[in-house]
Design a protein around this ligand. Structure first.
Ligand SMILES: O=P(O)(O)OC[C@H]1O[C@@H](O)[C@H](O)[C@@H]1O
Length: 282
């Protein structure tokens, strides 16, 4: 886990900012004209009190007014389950009690994972779900930063590159953004580690996974991801952190991890906002 959180005042290297990022307000730090940037900063300083009055910071869970941005109210905060050890040595699924550092859970013993660990800030529950839905379907881009601030403590120290789980281009077209890309960009700003949202692509459309069991999910996402040969040098021999909003069965991230490993990535860790913990068998 990340011992020291590095914070950057300016945007981290973003080799692949695309139009969707600009639409979502992620263009800070890109202003070429210095005086324009200064004027914009002054205007923003002047308008801040009025904006704070009209649009006060709100809890990401229930919408109650909070004292600052990216906070939860006391009730929602208290209901979040932050994930930490004891957990399975391979997939970090929480264990009921500490059974030693090398203990693996049943699913990891039955099928050794392709990833180098799965971490999530919180267990999937009502508040975690609300944040994820508002970010994904409600256009609340700033919630990516709220999520990232809680995910960063799980960022591996030796991570080289953050790669979001991609959406198919038609889904980007209809939604206007990739929620995983927004989280990766926010994590990049907070940690200083670069992200690349164009490297991995969803090369074919996949149905919405809701109401599907793990096996069905695996079937529909198998072979759905690709990495162009020209991008291989970016991942070869690297420790990649794959970023997503929600981890349910792991079908989506496993398919992405396999693609990245086939492209030469040395290790691929998974980092999500929320993880569904009690997934039963199919
Ligand atoms: O593949 P699993 O982990 O089952 O489901 C999680 C995926 O399903 C989507 O809604 C999420 O955004 C995430 O990409």
């Amino acid at each position: 886990m990340r011992a020291i959180v590095r914070r950057c005042a300016i945007a981290a290297p973003t080799p692949s900012r695309s139009i969707k990022d600009f639409r979502c307000g992620h263009a800070e730090g890109l202003c070429a004209d210095r005086s324009a940037a200064t004027s914009a900063a002054m205007l923003s300083r002047l308008l801040r009190p009025a904006i704070a009055l009209a649009l006060p910071p709100r809890c990401a869970g229930c919408g109650a007014i909070t004292d600052s941005d990216h906070r939860f109210c006391a009730e929602c905060w208290g209901s979040l389950r932050f994930l930490s050890p004891p957990w399975c040595a391979a997939c970090h699924r929480p264990l009921e009690y500490d059974q030693g550092p090398d203990t693996r859970c049943g699913p990891c013993l039955a099928r050794p994972p392709v990833h180098a660990g799965v971490d999530a800030a919180v267990a999937y529950g009502p508040v975690a779900r609300t944040l994820a839905l508002r970010l994904k379907y409600g256009g609340r881009a700033s919630l990516a930063q709220t999520a990232a601030r809680h995910m960063i403590r799980h960022l591996p120290d030796d991570a080289h590159l953050l790669v979001p789980v991609p959406l198919h281009r038609w889904r980007i077209w209809s939604r206007g953004y990739n929620q995983a890309g927004l989280i990766a960009a926010a994590l990049s700003r907070e940690s200083g580690i670069s992200w690349d949202g164009d490297l991995l692509v969803r090369s074919r459309r996949t149905p919405v996974l809701q109401n599907m069991g793990g096996n069905a999910r695996r079937r529909v996402v198998r072979g759905a991801f690709a990495l162009a040969p020209k991008h291989r040098p970016r991942v070869a021999g690297r420790h990649i952190v794959l970023v997503d909003d929600v981890y349910t069965s792991g079908a989506t991230t496993d398919a992405c991890v396999s693609t990245l490993r086939q492209a030469g990535a040395e290790r691929v860790s998974v980092l999500c906002w929320a993880r569904v913990i009690d997934t039963g068998p199919d």
